[in-house]
Design a protein around this ligand. Structure first.
Ligand code: NAD
Length: 374
């Protein structure tokens, strides 16, 4: 397989592209033939001319490009699979736990569907991990967005007119997004505190120069893949109480707490928001998976009666599409390179490879992934 189509994202909110010109050049050099749909990179800062210069052939629409393409690359799940050739490898986010019909349709059409969210989170697959690459940027953006709404600056400033104390930032959940949020807030000069239920995180927080908030919740651990385990109702209550005081003294609170495959835990209730300072900003990065913060709204900013602002923290990577596309493109290119056979100069669907086993959901007119088989 060597004929690739780079689709244009149809969702009007999507600003990123799956491949940037630099990587197209690299892939063309390896022997891939690439078609790119006109306008694919415009929102992220890459012109059609850039794609042409890199060696892509421009086509007018996704549908036009499907003809004869063996590998279809896009970010979001397809709006329609009509016209995609049988046996083509389709690589994108698929939201497979919720998109049963789409999976059935892709299987029926004989497509080989790869789900980006199912790429295993192993050391070997790290360079293909779109979740990590995009979430890091989102963690950065959450702090920048909050800072832009805060009626204060973040660093300490000593001037003849007086001294400004550093703003206080509290990060709840220190995974990929949380670590970037801490690093960004520190760089901007804030005083940063953080908490996570995974005990291994304390050292990472300290190494970034932030303070780890100690909350004794009894036994806490993580899964083999490094994810948090779900807390009991009692533990959640204890956590809410213990962290309330930190929220009250904070100017910015960034919440990123998620539990893989489950609803995000509710960590900040209205009574705590009521006691926070006017103008304080809370960014809920778990807003689309249930929300860590009471009253947070997807893609909306909520200003409470007491002046506390709650910002939606979903898909913040779309606000920095140049870098987000660059990183995504690196992930797609790493995936293509990993399965590239240097002798045949072709991409090969190697079912013995554990990365392919983890993310290939359909093949030979069936759903083959054990998690999604009927
Ligand atoms: P995530 O988005 O699932 O969760 C975000 C954070 O919320 C996690 O740190 C989690 O521990 C925390 N959390 C959950 N419940 C909480 C609660 N009640 N209070 C406070 N915090 C809570 O996680 P993620 O950012 O995708 O990754 C988590 C970890 O997974 C990483 O730190 C890493 O160890 C591992 N990981 C491995 C790879 C890899 O090997 N390729 C890639 C990415 C992540």
């Amino acid at each position: 397989m060597k004929k690739i189509l780079l689709c244009k994202e149809i969702d009007e909110h999507e600003t990123r592209t799956a491949l940037i010109p630099d990587d197209i050049k690299k892939l063309v050099g390896m022997g891939f033939q690439i078609k790119a749909v006109k306008g694919t990179g415009l929102k992220s800062g890459f012109s059609d001319e850039d794609y042409k210069q890199a060696g892509a052939v421009l086509v007018s629409s996704n549908e036009e490009g499907y003809k004869d393409s063996e590998i279809i690359l896009r970010i979001l799940k397809p709006e329609s699979i009509k016209g995609i050739e049988k046996n083509a490898l389709h690589v994108s986010y698929l939201d497979p736990f919720n998109e049963k019909k789409l999976l059935d349709d892709m299987a029926k059409a004989g497509l080989q569907a790869v789900s980006l969210e199912m790429i295993p989170r192993t050391t070997l697959a790290q360079k293909m991990d779109v979740q990590s690459s995009q979430t890091s940027l989102a963690g950065y953006t959450a702090v920048v967005n909050a800072a832009s709404r805060l009626p204060k600056i973040l660093p300490m400033m000593v001037t003849p007119s007086g001294t400004i104390n550093p703003a206080r930032v509290f990060v709840i959940g220190v995974g990929v997004a949380g670590l970037q949020a801490i690093a960004t807030a520190k760089r901007l000069g804030a005083r940063v505190e953080a908490f996570d239920t995974r005990p291994t995180v304390e050292e990472q927080v300290k190494s970034l120069g932030a303070t780890f908030v100690k909350i004794d919740l009894g036994e806490m651990s993580q899964t083999e893949q490094g994810y948090a385990k779900e807390l009991t109702a009692d533990q959640v209550k204890k956590q809410q109480e213990a962290q309330a005081k930190v929220c009250e003294r904070s100017d910015i609170v960034i919440t990123t707490a998620k539990v893989f495959g489950r609803k995000a835990p509710r960590l900040i209730n209205a009574d705590v928001l009521d006691r926070m300072k006017p103008g304080a900003v809370v960014v809920d990065m778990a807003v689309s998976s249930g929300g860590n913060v009471e009253g947070s709204k997807l893609y909306e900013e909520v200003v409470r009666d007491n002046g506390v602002i709650i910002m939606s923290g979903d898909m913040l990577e779309r606000q920095v599409p140049y870098d987000a596309s660059k990183m995504l493109s690196g992930n797609f290119t790493a995936f293509l390179t990993h399965f590239y056979n240097k002798e045949s100069k072709e991409f090969e669907v190697n079912l013995k490879d554990e990365i392919m086993q983890g993310c290939l959901l359909t093949k030979d007119n069936s759903i083959i992934h054990p998690k999604f088989k009927k």
